[in-house]
Ligand binder design. Structure first.
Ligand SMILES: Cc1cc2nc3c(=O)[nH]c(=O)nc-3n(C[C@H](O)[C@H](O)[C@H](O)COP(=O)(O)O)c2cc1C
Length: 328
């Protein structure tokens, strides 16, 4: 793996999706894809329950924590706690358009304040030796000309940020829900390619709407350093085995796991986790797409999603579920 960029392929931060159970599951499907946590606010880490918020399994590496916030000091405090837990990267969210987030003055609205983002990144860098990266959009509201994005990236790069994830659509800060903001503004991949051409020294990762191996291939061929995949990885996680084989296993030595093997591994994981009081559903809810497109997928999904919520549901339910799908 020495010659592959560690950021070549990643799974996007997704609230309510990429928690530690989801990441453990995804790791079984791709040993090398880079994983990102859900966004956690710096305030929650500093003032809340950092142990619960930052906990993860060593199997999840390489793993980035995504932070939300715009107070340099608070972000630095959160970074110190996260670095002590062993994350591989700290990412700052400058792309989330939710109104709740904008009122707190972080997320995508920060694109309009590059100097503040620069101060945040500086403070975060001073608190750790880990790479501090930024995830952003190509613009916000009517500030969607290329010059705006270019100036933002130049300003944040000037304080030493070397890696940017660019969601290739702008965000509309009022009038669209977060979901609509992931669907309605058009994807403009050429803007991300241009950014890479203008900043060859930076690592530029493209995100948004990537759902096929050929698309990944095309983006890498266009010059970006890596591709980040969100919804497709959650909806059809077994597809990550194809991504691993095609883009992360240059030696071609990796043996793709079977779906049933993954289910069995997750049953063992659930058994360990449930000893600490966790409910089965918290784990299995992330697995519902595993048989996506396969015979029996609907029945499997229904079985897991309805029964795993029962108070007495145990890891055996996962093994039982294998009867609903063909043997692999
Ligand atoms: C359910 C959901 C939650 C998300 N939460 C976050 C988040 O916490 N932080 C973030 O930067 N982006 C978040 N996103 C945006 C994704 O990281 C990604 O930028 C977006 O989905 C576009 O990529 P895709 O088309 O491959 O899904 C979220 C997306 C989804 C679908």
């Amino acid at each position: 793996m020495a010659d592959l960029d560690p950021w070549r392929i990643s799974v996007a931060p997704m609230m309510d999706c990429t928690d530690r159970h989801c990441r453990y599951f995804l790791r079984l499907l791709s040993p090398h894809v880079r994983l990102y946590s859900e966004m956690v606010t710096a305030a929650a880490i500093v003032r809340g329950d950092p142990e619960r918020l930052l906990r993860f399994s060593p199997a999840e590496h390489p793993l980035a924590l995504q932070l939300g916030g715009s107070d340099p000091e608070l972000l630095a405090m959160a970074v110190r706690k996260a670095a002590a837990c062993g994350y591989d990267e700290i990412n700052l969210n400058v792309g989330c358009p939710s109104s709740r987030v904008s009122e707190g003055s972080f997320g995508a609205c920060l694109m309009a304040e590059p100097a503040l983002v620069g101060r945040c990144v500086s403070a975060m860098q001073a608190a750790t030796h880990l790479p501090v990266t930024v995830k952003t959009r190509i613009g916000i509201d009517d500030r969607d000309d290329y010059g705006f994005l270019q100036a933002f990236v130049a300003s944040v790069a000037a304080v030493g940020c070397r890696t940017f994830v660019i969601h290739a659509r702008k965000a509309l800060l009022s009038g669209l829900s977060p979901k609509e903001n992931r669907e309605i503004p058009p994807l403009l991949y050429a803007t991300v390619y241009r950014l890479k051409a203008d900043f060859p020294e930076l690592r530029i990762l493209l995100n948004g709407g990537v759902e096929a191996l050929t698309a990944i291939e095309g983006h890498l061929a266009a010059g970006v350093d890596g591709v980040m995949i969100g919804r497709k990885a959650y909806a059809d996680p077994y597809w990550l085995t194809e991504v691993e084989a095609a883009f992360l296993d240059p030696g071609g030595m990796w043996q793709r796991p079977s779906r049933s093997g993954v289910v069995r591994a997750m049953a063992r994981y659930a058994e360990r986790e449930m000893r600490e009081g966790l409910r089965l559903h918290h784990i299995t809810r992330h697995m519902l797409g595993l048989y996506h497109g396969q015979p029996g997928a609907r029945a499997w999904r229904r079985h897991l999603s309805t029964r795993a919520c029962a108070a007495d549901a145990g890891p055996g339910l996962l093994l039982e579920s294998l009867q609903m799908v063909p043997d692999e």
